[in-house]
Design a protein around this ligand. Structure first.
Ligand SMILES: Nc1ncnc2c1ncn2[C@@H]1O[C@H](COP(=O)(O)OP(=O)(O)OP(=O)(O)O)[C@@H](O)[C@H]1O
Length: 209
């Protein structure tokens, strides 16, 4: 398989000497759910994938994204997006300003950037939110903005780190639908404690620990 995210013979040794081993591939449009008890190494795997593993945690194996070996690349060159439980927005910028922030280097011209951000906001049901102060957003709206931000960065793979766990039941369902419908062309790795998240994702489940 050339397209997608491959973890080839990945082995990570945790500080207490436990080993995590993964040899798997996620196709574009597939969601692989990673489950396991607290401390089993789920966040450590995400750190390894984005290239942010602490020096003291040894990593072996290769990470291949769309045929490109990204194992040794710095975080910003990997083209992997990540959505967290609690995404932080710059408080001194508007919602639109936050979203435009990451675009400055690759899209020329203020009007073009603004149009691109407005398209992204429309796409996630936040039409007219460009000038809003992030402090006035609800938890669900913040998660939508975080989703728009990660999609605007045009990742080739997406990691989801418990992105639904702070939301109430109804919002959670809506956010799952939104995330999975907007990421159909990407390989997605979902870290979750919630079996319902994994069920909604509809893909395979890998258990750690
Ligand atoms: N930088 C570090 N220094 C020391 N220990 C670490 C470091 N990073 C992770 N660990 C340890 O590695 C183990 C795995 O942690 P990790 O955060 O990956 O687990 P997790 O499955 O994501 O847990 P949770 O579900 O609680 O988020 C834990 O025992 C943790 O204490």
């Amino acid at each position: 398989m050339a397209e997608g995210l491959r973890l080839e013979h990945v082995s990570i040794t945790l500080p207490d000497r436990r080993q995590i081993r993964l040899n798997d591939a996620i196709r574009p449009g597939e969601v692989l759910s990673l489950m396991g008890p607290s401390g089993s190494g789920k966040s450590t795997i995400l750190s390894a994938l984005i290239g942010a593993l602490p020096q003291e945690i040894p990593f072996r194996g290769r990470i291949i994204l769309n045929s490109r070996d990204i194992t040794m690349l710095p975080t910003e060159a990997r083209r992997i997006g990540i959505l967290f439980q609690d995404d932080l927005l710059f408080p001194h910028l508007s919602v639109g300003g936050n979203l435009a922030f990451g675009l400055t280097s690759n899209i020329e011209g203020r009007a073009t950037r603004q149009a691109e951000v407005n398209r992204a906001l429309n796409d996630i049901g936040l039409t007219g939110f460009y000038d809003r102060d992030p402090a006035t957003l609800s938890g669900g709206q913040r998660q939508r903005v975080a989703l728009a931000r990660v999609l605007l960065s045009k990742p080739q793979a997406l990691l989801l780190d418990e992105p639904f766990s702070r939301l109430d039941t109804i919002l959670r369902q809506q956010m799952r639908d939104l995330v999975f419908s907007r990421t159909r062309n990407l390989p997605v790795l979902l870290v979750t404690h919630d079996p319902e998240d994994a069920q909604a994702a509809g893909g395979r489940i890998v258990r750690l620990g």
